[in-house]
Ligand binder design. Structure first.
Ligand SMILES: Cc1ncc(COP(=O)(O)O)c(C=O)c1O
Length: 390
C-alpha cells in the first residue's frame, strides 16, 4: 500500500486513459444523460450508485471521497458543503426522540449548540470533559451517540480517543471522531473502531482559506449508504469546484502540516520564554501535560499547527496584542497558509457559560494562534513587536 504522501497525490484514483489526463477535472454539471432512453436507467458511479443528478453523486466529488477514504483508512467517504453539514447528517442519521448524545464540554461551539438544539425533537445533550475520566464515566447504556475531537479547541488538549473508542465499541455506542485538528497524518480514528471520522475540510485538508467543506469517512459500507441518503435528502453535497480545490490542497497536506507543526513548536517555545506571557498550551512542549497522550496516539512526532497562550493582564492586553500584529491576521479559522490569531471568547466558545470557561481554564487573556507557512522568524518578530506594545 502506498505511503501517506504518495496517497495524498495519487489516492483520488482518477485517470482518463483515452486522453492521458491524470489531474481531476471539475465536473461542473447538474445532471447526467440517461444512456438508455427507453428504460431511463442511469449509469452507475464507481460505488454503484446512480449517476443522474449532482446533488447525489458528482464525479469530482467522488475523486475527493476516494482520496480522503484512503488517507483515513475507511471503506468510503461522503463530502459535504461544510463541516457542520457533515455533523448535521451524522446526528440526524443516528438519533431519535428519547435518545441522549454525549458531547465534550470543550468542543467547537456550533457542534455543541446543534446537539443542544436537538432537545426540540426530544433528544437530550449530555456534556462531559473528553480529556478526563469524566467522559468515560458518562458513557453507559443510556447514551445513543458520542462525539469527541482529537485535539480540543481552544486549550489544545489531546484526547485519548483510543480509550474512548474502545469503551464505545464495548457498549455498542457509535462514536463520531472529529479529527479536524489532528488530520489523518497524526491519527486514524477508524483504526480504533470509531463509527466515523469527520473533518471540517475548511481547515488543514483544503488548507488555503478558500474552501468551506466537510467530510465523513466510515468503516462500513452500510453506514456510508445510510449517510449518503441523508446527504441526498438534506441537499448538502460539496460543490465540484470546492471538491477540486480540496483535492489540490490535499496533495500538499503533509509538507504543509510538517512546516506548520515546526513553526508552532518554535513559536510555543518563544512565547514560553517571553516575560509578558503567563502560559502556553501546546502538546509538543516537553512540559505539556498532554505530550504523553500525543506520543501514544499520534503516528508522527508532530503536534499540529495550533497553540494557545495567555498574556499577563487580561482582556485589554490580549486585544491590544491582536490589534498590533501586522503579518498575523485576526481571523477565526485555522489550518491554512496564513497565520491567524483568534480571541476564543469571541469565537469558538462565544456562548459558553462563565463557570464552564473557568472550569476549562479559558481566561480573558487567552489567544489562539494557527500557524501558517510564513518564515517563522518573521512571525516571531511580529509577535515580539506586538508584545512590546502591551
Ligand atoms: C473541530 C471543528 N469541527 C467542525 C467545524 C465546523 O466546520 P465548518 O466551519 O467547515 O462548518 C469546525 C469549525 O471551526 C471545527 O473547528
Amino acid at each position: 500500500m502506498p505511503r501517506f504522501s504518495t496517497d495524498s497525490v495519487h489516492g483520488h484514483g482518477y485517470y482518463d486513459e483515452e486522453n492521458g489526463v491524470f489531474k481531476v477535472p471539475i465536473y461542473q454539471i447538474a445532471v447526467y444523460e440517461h444512456p438508455d432512453r427507453r428504460t431511463g436507467k442511469p449509469r452507475a458511479s464507481d460505488r454503484g450508485l446512480e449517476l443522474k443528478y449532482s446533488r447525489e453523486e458528482n464525479l469530482t466529488v467522488r475523486a475527493l471521497e476516494r482520496l480522503v477514504a484512503r488517507l483515513e483508512r475507511g471503506v468510503d467517504s461522503l463530502a459535504f458543503s461544510s463541516g457542520m453539514a457533515a455533523i448535521s447528517a451524522a446526528y440526524l442519521s443516528r438519533v431519535k426522540s428519547g435518545d441522549k448524545i454525549l458531547i465534550p464540554k470543550e468542543c467547537y461551539g456550533t457542534t455543541q449548540q446543534l446537539a443542544q438544539d436537538l432537545s426540540k425533537f426530544g433528544v437530550e445533550c449530555v456534556i462531559a470533559r473528553s480529556d478526563a475520566d469524566e467522559f468515560l464515566e458518562r458513557l453507559d447504556g443510556d447514551i445513543s451517540l458520542a462525539l469527541v475531537e482529537t485535539i480540543t479547541n481552544p486549550m489544545i488538549r489531546v484526547v485519548d480517543v483510543r480509550e474512548i473508542a474502545k469503551r464505545c465499541a464495548e457498549l455498542g455506542i457509535p462514536l463520531i471522531a472529529d479529527n479536524t485538528f489532528a488530520t489523518p497524518i497524526l491519527y486514524n480514528p477508524l483504526e480504533d473502531d470509531a463509527w466515523i471520522a469527520l473533518h471540517s475540510l475548511t481547515k488543514y485538508l483544503s488548507g488555503h482559506n478558500d474552501v468551506i467543506g466537510g467530510i465523513i469517512v466510515a468503516g462500513a459500507k452500510n453506514d456510508v449508504d445510510e449517510l449518503w441518503d441523508w446527504r441526498r435528502k438534506l441537499g448538502t453535497i460539496i460543490s465540484p469546484f470546492d471538491a477540486f480545490l480540496t483535492i489540490r490542497g490535499i496533495s500538499t497536506l503533509k509538507p504543509r502540516f510538517e512546516t506548520q507543526s515546526r513553526n508552532a513548536l518554535e513559536i510555543a517555545e518563544f512565547l514560553q520564554d517571553h516575560p509578558k506571557i503567563r502560559q502556553v498550551h501546546y502538546p509538543g512542549l516537553s512540559d505539556s501535560p498532554y505530550k504523553s497522550t500525543a506520543d501514544k496516539l499520534f503516528k508522527e512526532r508532530l503536534y499540529g499547527g495550533v497553540l494557545s497562550f495567555e498574556v499577563k493582564g487580561g482582556r485589554g492586553e490580549a486585544l491590544k496584542l491582536m490589534s498590533e500584529v501586522k503579518i498575523i491576521r485576526p481571523s477565526p479559522s485555522l489550518g491554512a497558509t496564513e497565520t491567524l490569531i483568534t480571541y476564543p471568547i469571541w469565537s469558538a466558545v462565544k456562548n459558553m457559560p462563565r463557570e464552564l470557561l473557568r472550569e476549562l481554564g479559558i481566561t480573558e487573556g487567552l489567544l489562539r494562534l494557527s500557524l501558517g507557512l510564513e518564515d517563522v522568524e518573521d512571525l516571531k518578530e511580529d509577535l515580539d513587536q506586538a508584545l512590546s506594545k502591551i
